[in-house]
Design a protein around this ligand. Structure first.
Ligand SMILES: CC(C)(COP(=O)(O)OP(=O)(O)OC[C@H]1O[C@@H](n2cnc3c(N)ncnc32)[C@H](O)[C@@H]1OP(=O)(O)O)[C@@H](O)C(=O)NCCC(=O)NCCS
Length: 173
């Protein structure tokens, strides 16, 4: 995750975290991600490198899920951002969370476009925008969809892992 976040320019880091972040601060952020409770989703390249990630921080008491997204500059504009946003939204629904929340800067036109596209409501205040969505309660259809998406993601990862392994093997002379 740290390697992926390091590919973000200082401006992208400000858009993602709301403040400038040096490498050390990114490292601390990654260390603090609570993998036992939060959810992290990734988009992986053919070489298994992480091209984009979504961190869904889950507040279990308030049933409130906060999302942060990033995609490597070289891989933007291919739908990865929207895919991660929708995957995180589905995960919040199936875990029974009632609100999905995103915080972004008012100049972040791409994120605002994506949030609107995913149905989040936007509230602007002093150069910042809070985007939130009241989530529908979970259903069998949502659970089935998540299970199917997990299976597809797993198959895709296995395929990429094998592809990487095949092309790393030294050729027999
Ligand atoms: C926001 C971010 C995750 C989007 O990733 P992405 O993979 O490029 O997203 P997608 O390809 O799914 O969608 C990009 C959309 O923005 C649109 N877009 C591109 N430039 C735009 C602009 N200047 N204004 C408005 N929309 C724009 C694209 O047309 C596309 O929409 P479409 O599919 O309806 O045509 C990525 O830009 C990023 O990592 N930014 C830095 C970190 C950040 O801002 N994070 C969000 C705050 S948490």
């Amino acid at each position: 995750m740290f390697r992926h976040l390091q590919t973000l320019s200082s401006e992208d880091r400000r858009l993602r975290f709301g403040t400038y972040m040096l490498d050390m601060a990114l490292e601390q952020y990654v260390d603090r991600i609570d993998l036992a409770h939060d959810k992290v989703f990734g988009v992986f390249g053919r070489d298994m490198s992480l091209l984009g990630m979504a961190h869904l921080a889950l507040d279990r008491n308030r049933r409130y899920a906060e999302l942060g997204l990033s995609v490597e500059p070289a891989h933007r504009g291919h739908g990865h951002g929207l895919l991660l946003l929708n995957r995180a939204k589905l995960s919040a629904v199936t875990r029974g969370y009632t609100t999905l929340f995103m915080h972004c800067l008012a100049e972040n036109k791409i994120m605002i476009h994506l949030a609107r596209k995913a149905g989040l409501k936007l509230v602007a205040e002093q150069g910042e925008i809070d985007a939130h969505l009241e989530l529908e309660s979970t259903s069998h259809a949502a659970l089935a969809r998540e299970a199917l998406e997990d299976q597809i993601a797993f198959a895709d990862l296995m395929f990429k892992q094998q592809f990487k392994w095949l092309f790393k093997r030294p050729s027999a002379a």
